[in-house]
Write a protein that binds this ligand. Structure first.
Ligand SMILES: Cc1ncc(COP(=O)(O)O)c(C=O)c1O
Length: 472
């Protein structure tokens, strides 16, 4: 439990024990590096990045106690004590009957949707994350986003802007009887500004699912951050422990997918959990095909130990207060500079509204990509486009502007200090002053799905003059 402090400054509830050097680069070096990477920041060598805000997934710092737990890793193929420690930690927060370990979140998604989705089926979610959508669509099913009305309004302040739209969910389930194998709620809503979902909304989703006889699953990657927002913002929740709020969230669901690379505070790992015996048996059989035996599922015993310890740490109030406040610190500073962001700031990231910052670049010339490249070239900051590059290509091959063109500055857990964030703010301010001069981009090469990972781009204004880009 957090002790009240008489001072305003919220400090990191840890001190640094081991450090990693950062490599300084010049703007010319970065321009060369990003050009060689086909203007795709996923293609950079991470040593050429100064502040890496590409993702908060698996990029955080583990604690002393997690590293110590790793020494207890037991690598027995079946029934290792590390598995049982992992199982106990997971079930303490998420008391589902079946816990199926996977190497990361998307493996859990792939297994679940292979078992329950398929052609003619549809999976509603508040907002699908990219891998979730891809795994649903890969089975031939439709992935439907039903985020609450008003959640799209970037300038509005919503306490729970990640909520599911209950009326649209009800109408959707009424219109598609028998074709929805599962309803998903993503907490926090990563593809929608990292906004949280309230307990009241989860209760309403549960009630609608019960009425239609459809199971409810959580995409729970950032469950602790979501629970902290509930603790802070939802009426009547302030005196509750976060771990109790998490248990209530779990009690409203029939299962979950999880990437332990987020709120497992680990560098790898995940799980699939559920109460249904029959589907769990199917999923375990699929797990054995691709991930491994059900007591390790694609993870080493030491990974299971790191996650087990991480789950104890992630629900600590001191940690969550620091975590959410440090994200808010970056968001508040950008707002003061006049940089348009999704408000209020989400839990794990700040999302810059690139469409608003770069109104001269049309969505099909990828304003988010343009901004992300400028942040890298100017200050060595690697961010991630969440917009038309990520969501614009549809399964029928057509391309349309995404609902929003955002650039996500995702903050790895326990990794960067306040002065790193002050530097990020300074670079964003500099890029904002040059916004009108930034070029749009076109795609010169893309895969059939999840194109943002490997597509290659060229700037539109200089494409005709410059030499063609040679793939590396
Ligand atoms: C909401 C959400 N769901 C699923 C995933 C997939 O998890 P993983 O990257 O571990 O496969 C992510 C990863 O960022 C995510 O943010």
């Amino acid at each position: 439990m957090m002790l009240p402090m008489p001072f305003r400054t919220i400090i990191e509830p840890f001190r640094i024990h081991s450090v990693e050097p950062l490599r300084m680069t010049t703007q010319v070096e970065r321009e060369r590096a990003v050009r060689a990477a086909g203007y795709n920041l996923f293609g950079l060598r991470s040593e050429d990045v100064l502040i890496d805000l590409l993702t908060d997934s698996g990029t955080g710092a583990m604690s002393r106690d997690q590293w110590a737990a790793i020494q207890h890793g037991d690598e027995s193929y079946a029934g290792s004590p590390s598995w049982f420690r992992f199982l106990d930690s997971v079930q303490e927060l998420f008391p589902f009957k079946h816990i199926i370990p996977t190497h990361q979140g998307r493996a859990a998604e792939k297994i679940l949707f292979t078992a329950v989705a398929g052609p003619g089926k549809a999976v509603p979610n508040n907002t699908h994350f990219d891998t979730t959508r891809a795994n649903v669509e890969f089975t031939g099913a439709e992935a439907v986003d039903l985020v609450v009305a008003g959640g799209d309004d970037l300038s509005a302040s919503h306490s729970f802007g990640g909520n599911m739209d209950i009326e649209r969910l009800d109408a959707f389930l009424r219109a598609h009887p028998g074709s929805v194998p599962v309803v998903f709620v993503t907490v926090t809503n990563n593809s929608h500004g990292g906004q949280p979902v309230s307990l009241a909304n989860l209760r309403d989703v549960r009630e609608v699912c019960d009425r239609h006889g459809v199971p409810l699953f959580l995409d729970a990657c950032r469950f602790a951050e979501n629970a902290w927002f509930i603790h802070e913002r939802e009426p009547g929740q302030q005196s509750r422990e976060v771990r109790d709020i998490v248990r209530e969230m779990a009690s409203l669901a029939d299962g979950m997918t999880m990437s332990a690379k987020k709120d497992g505070l680990a560098n790898i790992g995940g799980w699939l959990a559920m109460n249904d015996d029959e589907i769990a048996t199917q999923c375990r059989n699929l797990l054995i095909l691709t991930e491994g035996f059900p007591t390790y599922g694609g993870l080493a015993g030491r990974d299971l130990e790191a996650i087990a310890q991480g789950l104890h740490e992630v629900v600590e109030h001191d940690y969550l207060q620091y975590r959410i406040r440090s994200t808010g610190y970056l968001g508040d500073a950008l707002v003061r500079l006049g940089v348009p962001i999704v408000q209020p700031t989400g839990g794990h990231a700040v999302y810059i509204d690139a469409r608003r910052l770069l109104p001269h670049i049309s969505p099909l010339e990828y304003p988010g990509q343009a901004l992300a490249i400028a942040l890298y070239e100017t200050g060595g900051i690697r961010s991630c486009e969440l917009g038309t590059v990520m969501f614009g290509r549809h399964p029928d091959g057509s391309e349309q502007p995404a609902d929003m063109d955002l650039v996500r500055l995702a903050i790895p857990r326990r990794t960067y200090t306040q002065s790193h964030m002050d530097y990020v703010v300074e670079v964003c301010g500099e890029v904002a002053t040059q916004a009108a001069d930034l070029p749009g981009y076109r795609i010169v090469e893309e895969p059939p799905m999840l194109r943002h990972f490997t597509a290659r781009f060229e700037p539109i204004s200089s494409a005709e003059e410059g030499p063609p880009i040679t793939p590396t």
